[in-house]
Design a protein around this ligand. Structure first.
Ligand code: C2E
Ligand code: MG
Ligand code: MG
Ligand code: MG
Length: 288
């Protein structure tokens, strides 16, 4: 829960959690209809190359446009979708739509798509990915699939075999939220990741926390040696961005640069100016 709020690496019980339980039951009942009726939207958040400020790619982040509750965030419904198995049809919708949209981006930016561990274990994933690439004519090296460490903890042999099959298509694999799980350096040996995303909990208090600074430096240095790109997530302030300029990260992502937004047309590769006002944050403003 603490992680969902992007504040700290440590979770703790708080009174609002009980209310969350009631909300969850209500959402669970509506989720199946939502998938049938297509109540979901993809928002995209830029990943910026630190060396030149240009957009390297966009991360697809799903939102549920609930008819009564308004916009529901993925932290609320992805766990429910996973528990009910609905993550399979939902994940398929996300993957197909993210690739379809990205295939039309003029400047060939990458698209990063979050993959649930349950999707990775599904026999439908690989054929669907292959089909989606073929249908859109998408360059597979423009697709990045983001997985988290738990994929490497549970059923690791099967999962790693699947990851290799995905990589053989030319698709890139990123390790998301690095540092929040049981981050074993062994994971970096178990699969040749293309990218590591350093979790925002290390970026959050960056200016005041020397331990976070040391961890970020160590991860970027290690990743650099292994030929792995690094992203720092959750940049909310200029001071964090300034510090990160010298820290060896390849890319940065965060509200300070841009909120995720609903987009059909993208910029032409000029230095990105950012979309940071509250309308963007709420996703109520559209480009098209
Ligand atoms: P994630 O993959 O680590 O995505 C980054 C999350 O951090 C997003 O939250 C993003 O809006 C948020 N974020 C970006 N910059 C900042 C910042 O500067 N400060 C703070 N505090 N937060 C920032 P979002 O969209 O609510 O997604 C939360 C999580 O839900 C994602 O974490 C991911 O694990 C999951 N998720 C989102 N979309 C999908 C999806 O399409 N499929 C699956 N399986 N999971 C998804
Ligand atoms: Mg992600
Ligand atoms: Mg992340
Ligand atoms: Mg996360």
């Amino acid at each position: 829960a603490a992680k969902a709020r992007g504040r700290s690496c440590f979770a703790q019980f708080e009174p609002w959690m009980e209310e969350k339980e009631r909300e969850r039951a209500a959402l669970e009942a509506d989720l199946r209809t939502a998938i049938q009726e297509g109540q979901f939207a993809l928002h995209f958040q830029p990943l910026i190359k630190i060396e030149n400020g240009r957009i390297a790619g966009f991360e697809a982040l799903v939102r549920w446009e609930h008819p009564r509750f308004g916009v529901v965030m993925p932290g609320e419904f992805i766990p429910i979708a996973e528990d009910t198995g609905l993550i399979i049809p939902l994940g398929e919708w996300i993957m197909r739509n993210a690739i379809k949209q990205a295939a039309g981006w003029r400047d060939g930016q990458r698209v990063a798509i979050n993959l649930s561990p349950i999707q990775l274990r599904s026999a439908r994933l690989l054929p669907m990915l292959i089909n989606s690439i073929a249908e859109t004519g998408m360059d597979p090296s423009r697709i990045e699939l983001e997985i988290t460490e738990n994929v490497l903890m549970q059923d690791s042999e099967v999962n790693i075999a699947t990851l290799h099959k995905i990589r053989d298509l030319g698709v890139r694999i990123s390790l998301d939220d690095f540092g929040t799980g049981y981050s074993s350096l062994n994971y970096l040996r178990s699969f040749p990741f293309d990218k590591i995303k350093i979790d925002k909990c290390f970026v959050n208090d960056l200016e005041r926390r020397e331990d976070c600074q040391a961890i970020i430096r160590a991860v970027t240095s290690l990743a650099g040696t292994l030929g792995i790109d690094t992203v720092a997530e959750g940049i909310e302030r200029e001071e964090q961005l300034n510090w990160l300029q010298g820290a060896g990260v390849t890319e940065v992502q965060g509200f300070y640069i841009s909120y995720p937004f609903n987009v059909e047309e993208l910029s032409d590769g000029r230095p990105f100016e950012g979309k940071r006002d509250d309308d963007w944050r709420r996703g109520t403003r559209r480009l098209t």
